[in-house]
Design a protein around this ligand. Structure first.
Ligand code: SF4
Length: 174
């Protein structure tokens, strides 16, 4: 087993402590650098950086950044969701490490979602109900994986489906 344990820490976003979502960081007991290119393949593709090693994944509107000794997860509903995602990641890390001889490591970073593709589907009313100051900022945050279609209550059902479909090209299922 590569990753045996971690210590979880929860915190509020520094930019706006009034936001409902929380972030978490897991401080890892072991260094997971060597599994990241294999995990990049196993989980369908993320943004891999060789030095210092990191892998960023977008999953259900959350941004998950894996580093040698830390894992960051943002936009969580609560601590229970953090526990579920961290447990899933630990399982994936260890299973991928066990099977690494069967996996072709990927050092690739796919193109990120395009902000303008997201913006053109938004209502562009700048109503702020999503917690962002403008639709453009929301689009930037969605391109980063921080926001998702469910965060904009003004989206039409048609555009919500289109946005889910578009962002789905960059997402993975937990
Ligand atoms: S809730 Fe939707 S329409 Fe309102 S500012 Fe956010 S993205 Fe724009």
């Amino acid at each position: 087993m590569l990753l045996q344990g971690y210590t979880k820490e929860m915190f509020l976003p520094k930019c706006n402590p009034n936001f409902q979502s929380v972030h978490c960081v897991a401080h890892l007991d072991q260094d997971i650098s060597n599994v990241l290119p294999y995990l990049n393949t196993a989980l369908g593709g993320g943004d891999y950086i060789k030095s210092p090693a990191s892998l960023t994944l977008r999953i259900h509107g959350k941004l998950i950044a894996l580093h040698a000794r830390e894992i960051f997860v943002n936009a969580l509903n609560d601590e229970g969701e953090a526990d579920k995602i961290l447990a899933w990641l630990k399982k994936e890390i260890n299973e991928t490490w066990e099977k690494r001889e069967e996996i072709e490591p990927s050092f690739e970073s796919p193109a990120p979602p395009q902000m303008m593709e997201i913006l053109r589907l938004l209502p562009k009313t700048n109503c702020r109900e999503c917690g962002e100051p403008t639709c453009m900022v929301f689009a930037l945050r969605a391109a980063e994986g921080v926001k998702g279609p469910g965060d904009c209550p003004s989206l039409t059902s048609e555009n919500r489906a289109k946005l889910e479909s578009y962002l789905g090209n960059f997402s993975f299922d937990v």
